[in-house]
Design a protein around this ligand. Structure first.
Ligand code: MG
Length: 314
């Protein structure tokens, strides 16, 4: 088996050393190589060239951002994605219950099985977990700014770990005009104009570790789950909403709409950031999303059970 490990240079020195030791211990009989990222989206470039060199597996050593870069390099190729989840946000790894222990995660690469999830494409960029526009994009922008500010960023990342996004939510709440954007879209064939707090297009149930945005969403049923939330009028209202989302109870609220589709076009009055897998994927007024069925190969634990209850073969 030919394996490429792509290590996000932003992870701690401790994590890097642990990973290098674990890889040398576990893959001595395999043809493997290790590369470190040198700049934002570099993992995408390395992954693309690895797929062209017929690597069987390309391993993301990092979090959802690193996973996203690699997905954009290998989608539709024969190379499979594997993950050693050592990043700030690990929603992709959590969905597949990938082990946090690095040695156990290495075992999944050696002895696991392949699952083929759908990907969501937005203006030609892929993502695998959750994405959208509105308030969450502002949170992602803020978190990425914190993470990328050199030594300070490193300190903040180590201090807060996966809570970095919770901190970013609180900071984003402090800003004015964070709570509404006018957008146009087509819902079930009918045009809809709405002033929205957020529009999320999900491929799995949760994002940010503990926000159960789309309960029941599965990543291999050929559709994505949409959650559209009306404008919010105060910070208190936003905090109440977030508490509901943690339990997935927001779906019953009158100012929340949920539905599923395999395509969606959205036009906004102003240019906006679209986030996906915890990174900012594009900046535009117009977004075109579609499901690309079974576009990725992922190494998952042997006991991973396909969560699609409609799939009787699993
Ligand atoms: Mg789905």
């Amino acid at each position: 088996m030919k394996i490429k490990f792509i290590i996000n240079s932003g992870i701690s020195e401790d994590a890097k050393n642990q990973v290098i030791h674990a890889v040398n211990d576990n893959f001595i009989e395999h043809d493997y190589s290790i590369e470190f990222t040198g700049y934002h989206r570099h993992a995408e470039v390395i992954a693309k060239s690895s797929a062209m060199q017929f690597y069987d597996v390309v391993v993301a050593v990092g979090g959802d951002g690193t996973v996203n870069e690699i997905i954009n390099g290998i989608a539709g190729t024969e190379s499979a994605l594997a993950v050693l989840p050592v990043g700030t946000a690990n929603d992709f790894a959590e969905f597949y219950s990938l082990p946090h222990n690095i040695h156990e995660a290495c075992r999944v690469i050696k002895d696991g099985k392949v699952h083929c999830p759908d990907l969501i494409s937005v203006n030609g960029k892929f993502y695998a977990t959750a994405g959208g526009i509105g308030f969450p994009s502002k949170v992602v922008r803020f978190a990425n700014k914190l993470k990328s500010s050199g030594a300070v960023g490193q300190f903040i990342r180590e201090l807060f770990g996966s809570r970095l996004y919770t901190v970013s939510v609180l900071f984003s709440l402090m800003r004015k005009n964070a709570f509404s954007n006018s957008i146009n879209l087509i819902k079930n064939g009918l045009p809809l104009r709405i002033s929205a707090f957020s529009l999320i297009i999900d491929n799995q149930p949760f994002l940010g570790g503990n926000l159960l945005m789309s309960p029941g969403a599965v990543n291999d049923d050929g559709t994505f789950n949409i959650c559209l939330i009306d404008e919010m009028n105060s910070r208190t209202e936003v905090i109440r909403l977030l508490l509901k989302i943690i339990k997935g109870q927001h779906v019953a609220l009158s100012n929340v709409m949920t539905w599923s589709a395999n395509e969606l076009e959205v036009e906004s009055d102003n240019e906006q950031d679209f986030f996906g897998d915890g990174d900012l994927l594009c900046h535009s007024k117009k977004f075109r999303m579609k499901v690309v069925q079974r576009a990725l190969k992922v190494m998952v634990p042997n006991n991973y059970h396909n969560r699609n209850i409609n799939d009787v073969s699993s």
